[in-house]
Design a protein around this ligand. Structure first.
Ligand code: IMP
Ligand code: MG
Length: 177
């Protein structure tokens, strides 16, 4: 039996994820025709989504990564975020699409959007694989969204539980024990 089977139930299998990501890629390709686009993936959770989305976009793109770590006040992010890995190039006058695994309270994304805006890109939009709107503390404009989910803790396709399960090729829900 696969290593995860005791702990994780499948929520979106790999075919479902890839079909939805293909749709997002097609929409992005259409929207950015004639423009130069930089995808900024947020480490580490977005890297599987970033790779799949980039391959679903039918035009040249450049890739950048940003690493952030949130300070946790108890179990939740406080919204105070520290940059652990910054962009390697200036983004002044470039079209930026931030690629994130999940928007939960929205506090991480709010920090990122403010931080990126201060660098004066031509535009900034947001793509996320998952959104948990029931947990939102701040309103984030999401331009490309994979799936809306209930308030459940999910893992896989980049998302972790204590750094585990990122390598599952699907999105799963941790089983209640
Ligand atoms: P936010 O600042 O509350 O929106 O938190 C976003 C970050 O929290 C994401 O980038 C994830 O790293 C993490 N996160 C939120 N919900 C989940 C989940 O269900 N599974 C795994 N990580 C999560
Ligand atoms: Mg995480």
């Amino acid at each position: 039996m696969p290593f995860y089977e005791r702990d994780v139930d499948v929520l979106f299998d790999s075919a479902t994820l890839n079909a939805r990501i293909a749709e997002l890629g097609a929409a992005i390709t259409k929207d950015y025709q004639g423009l130069e686009l930089t995808l900024v993936g947020i480490m580490k959770g977005s890297v599987f989504f970033l790779a799949a989305l980039a391959q679903a976009i039918d035009m040249p793109v450049t890739l950048e990564l940003m690493g952030v770590s949130s300070y946790h006040g108890g179990t939740e992010t406080t919204g105070e975020v520290r940059i652990t890995h910054d962009l390697t190039k200036p983004i002044h006058n470039r079209h930026i699409l931030v690629v994130e695994d999940i928007i939960d309270t929205g506090l991480t994304m709010r920090f990122l959007l403010e931080n990126l805006a201060a660098r004066h890109p031509a535009s900034v939009k947001v793509a996320c694989l998952l959104e948990k709107p029931s947990r939102a503390k701040v309103k984030i404009p999401i331009d490309y969204r994979g799936f809306v989910i209930e308030d459940k803790f999910v893992v896989g396709f980049g998302l972790d539980w204590g750094e585990r399960y990122r390598n599952l090729p699907f999105i799963g829900v941790m089983k209640a024990d």
